[in-house]
Write a protein that binds this ligand. Structure first.
Ligand code: SAM
Length: 200
């Protein structure tokens, strides 16, 4: 067996999750708040997985990740939150089905979904369990948005639950092409992150 690395080597989220599971970081019961097409679990399927997505065509529950129901609070050994972290209308064509249609359209909406959903994920994590948030640093409208840092600040700001940052897993993504005729002035960020926290 090869070592589990923090960066690269995976072709997709499923391969990354399977490696994280090898660390013993994904114990059941698991809650996936943004189950989507369930791609995270293509290689490692936890024994107990609760599949939630606001879109009723995806998953078994349709709770809003920003306001998870009380009965889920403090309950799960692992909680995954993979929000739509790009702005709608700016991604490559053909991605709609994978990313869902409930995408934010403004930077403020995107940040609200990331912050409140991350806090929702944290709330559902049992003491000793882990919470994972998928995000990416990117430039929106000329402003650098450091989503991983925003997620960390949001989770560490929770008054009643204490979390420690336990690791970041870096997945190389397919960058969008520079629009024809526009001069490139900033680097394309082609790394997404799964930020891992442990509740203490
Ligand atoms: C990036 S996709 C998740 C992809 C998923 N991890 C997979 O493997 O297929 C984001 C998902 O979040 C869902 N979503 C958007 N807003 C939500 C919310 N407030 N609460 C729960 N799910 C939400 C969308 O319907 C979409 O399926």
């Amino acid at each position: 067996m090869t070592d589990v690395l923090a960066a690269g080597g995976w072709r997709n989220n499923a391969e990354m999750i399977a490696d994280i599971a090898r660390l013993g970081w994904i114990d059941s019961p698991v809650l996936d708040l943004t189950y989507g097409l369930g791609k995270f679990w293509d290689k490692h399927r936890p024994a107990e997985l609760v599949a939630n997505d606001l879109d009723p065509k995806r998953g078994d529950f349709t709770e809003d990740a920003r306001q998870p129901p009380h009965q889920w609070w403090d309950r799960f050994q692992a909680v995954v939150y993979d929000p739509p972290y790009r702005l709608a209308g700016r991604r490559d064509q053909g991605f709609d089905d994978r990313y869902g249609l409930l995408e934010p359209t403004t930077r403020a909406e995107m940040l609200e979904l990331i912050v409140r959903g991350s806090q929702g994920a944290a709330r559902c994590t049992a003491v000793g369990g882990r919470c994972f948030v998928k995000c990416q640093a990117m430039i929106n409208g000329g402003t650098y948005t450091d989503q991983p840092r925003i997620v960390q600040d949001a989770i560490e700001a929770l008054p009643d639950e204490k979390f420690v940052l336990e690791g970041r897993f870096y997945l190389i993504t397919r960058p969008r092409k520079q629009p024809a005729g526009r001069v490139q002035r900033t680097p394309r960020n082609n790394v997404s992150q799964l930020v891992a926290f442990r509740r203490v």
